[in-house]
Design a protein around this ligand. Structure first.
Ligand code: CMC
Length: 454
């Protein structure tokens, strides 16, 4: 067979002349992968790719992104079509099960999620243990991990039914925990979920009602929030999802794995960007100050970045950002309000997209550039923005966790390293490093007899 027809890649060590061939793994769409699992055995070397810029850590059937074209699909369906025609819970079903549900299937799933939204009363004690001013993301990381202490009846990770029950529990209970974290920070009683409300209505009610004050859900707010949930539902192997897969690959339970994912989401380079964007826009404060901030973002000596701009995968407009921007427009127009930071955001986008620095680096607004404007309009406080991202992304995390656990090629995730530390050092006794002869700080009470490696 001519070389050009073989689906392999040859790696040549130019120092030794060793040549080895590695198979190419093709997907249905997007770049193929070179299967270098045998690289170390064959060539005694590792690949070096900090940040996984060119590394596929798994194969997946859940979400597809074409970053060059600005395409995002869940299970093959373009996110724009899903955003137009369906709701978050139907997308949850799709992500978990691989296909859109029939009416009966959806009825069953909907019922399952809405009737499992209450949390064990004992969980409230965990929340009460946090400081009154704790960031709700800190509460979420802890409380989601603690769920595993309540549901050990169904934590056999190899049992398909247990996997499903854990998935349903997480999706159903996450809004309840999120709203409880908020209520706790206000010193108000936790509001119970209502089975007769849809997912986003229920969340808004738990956030904003109180025993003394009924809360009438604004249908437009519920619809826009549902859209944001849908657009954040999954995004293939991002930092938090990879964390969930990595933590889960040790066969840890799904609540522990998702809790690890929430921790990874928190940072401003990932899910924390929605909070950081609004803080940045508030700091800019006036369109006149935009050039000053754009200049700072371009300055290599200034760590400041335009929050909500840029993406590891999208080198084109993030399709979610376009939908969120349009939704923010509609929301403000229909509620006949204006938000000065929305004006600043629109102008900032215009200026950045004409600037050589952003154009040449293909930096466009991402999903979080406009989402905070919507949350603000709905009345969600700033420190809850990333929590809402976590609520929405829970389905993606758990769908990816299930795919990983069921993958026959699954192994524990364990990256290697290129070691650059000292080659070898012998221990220098404390006396030779100026320690006082009677100093007991180093290993107090250690035996006097010498241990040797005979
Ligand atoms: N402002 C200014 N410069 C930027 C920005 C930005 N927001 N983003 C990237 N750059 C520059 C960066 O300095 C680098 O320049 P150079 O090549 O001269 O060193 C170049 O663009 C490539 O950036 P990178 O950091 O190598 O790219 P990355 O793929 O490692 O990082 C990112 C992606 C999202 C972390 C980054 O774009 C960023 O920090 N953006 C701001 C934070 C943000 O909005 N995060 C939310 C991401 S979307 C929601 C989610 O799913 O998490």
């Amino acid at each position: 067979m001519p070389d050009s027809h073989r689906k392999t890649v040859t790696i040549i060590n130019n120092e030794t002349g060793q040549r080895e061939e590695f198979p190419i793994i093709g997907g249905t769409r997007g770049p193929a992968g070179v299967d270098i699992r045998q690289l170390y055995q064959k060539m005694g070397m590792f690949t070096y790719d900090p940040g996984f810029k060119s590394t596929a850590s798994c194969s997946s059937e859940i979400t597809f992104i074409d970053g060059e074209k600005g395409v995002l699909q869940y299970r093959g369906y373009p996110v724009e079509q899903l955003a137009e025609h369906t709701c978050y819970l139907e997308v949850c079903y799709l992500l978990l099960n691989g296909e859109l549900p029939t009416e009966t299937e959806f009825g069953h799933f909907h019922n399952m999620i809405t009737t499992h939204s209450m949390v064990n009363e004992g969980l409230k004690d965990f929340i009460r243990g946090f400081r009154y001013d704790a960031h709700p993301m800190a509460i979420l990381v802890g409380v989601v991990g603690a769920l595993s202490s309540f549901y050990h009846d169904s934590l056999d990770i190899h049992d398909l039914r247990h996997q499903e029950i854990s998935a349903h529990r997480l999706i159903a209970k996450m809004p309840t925990i999120a709203a409880a974290a908020y209520k706790y920070s206000l010193g108000q009683p936790i509001v119970y979920p209502s089975n007769d409300l849809c997912y986003s209505e229920n969340f808004l009610t738990m956030m904003f009602s109180s025993p003394t004050q009924r809360y009438e859900v604004n249908p437009l707010h519920a619809r826009v929030l549902d859209l944001l949930f849908l657009l954040h539902a999954d995004h293939e192997q991002n930092a938090s999802t990879s964390t969930v897969r990595l933590a889960g690959s040790s066969l840890a339970n799904p609540f522990a794995a998702v809790s690890a994912g929430i921790g990874a989401l928190w940072g401003p380079a990932h899910g924390g960007a929605n909070e950081a964007v609004v803080r940045m826009l508030e700091e800019i404060g006036d369109v006149k100050r935009i050039p000053e901030f754009v200049a700072r973002a371009k300055d290599r000596n200034d760590p400041f970045r335009l929050n909500g701009f840029g993406h590891r995968v999208y080198k084109n407009y993030d399709p979610r950002a376009r939908l969120v921007r349009d939704a923010a427009h509609d929301l403000l127009e229909q509620s006949k309000t204006s938000d000065p930071i929305f004006e600043i955001a629109l102008r900032l986008e215009e200026i950045a997209l004409e600037d050589d620095y952003f154009v040449s680096k293909k930096l466009y607004p991402n999903v979080d550039f406009y989402s905070g404007i919507i949350y603000r309009e709905i009345g969600i406080p700033l420190n809850m923005f990333t929590v809402l991202f976590a609520v929405a992304r829970t389905v993606g995390w758990i769908a990816q966790w299930r795919e990983m656990i069921q993958d026959p090629e699954r192994v524990i995730g364990r990256p290697r390293q290129v070691y650059k530390g000292p080659e070898h050092k012998d221990y220098t006794p404390t006396e030779e490093r100026g320690f006082h002869a009677n100093c007991q700080r180093v290993c107090p009470g250690r035996p006097t007899a010498k241990w040797s490696r005979s």
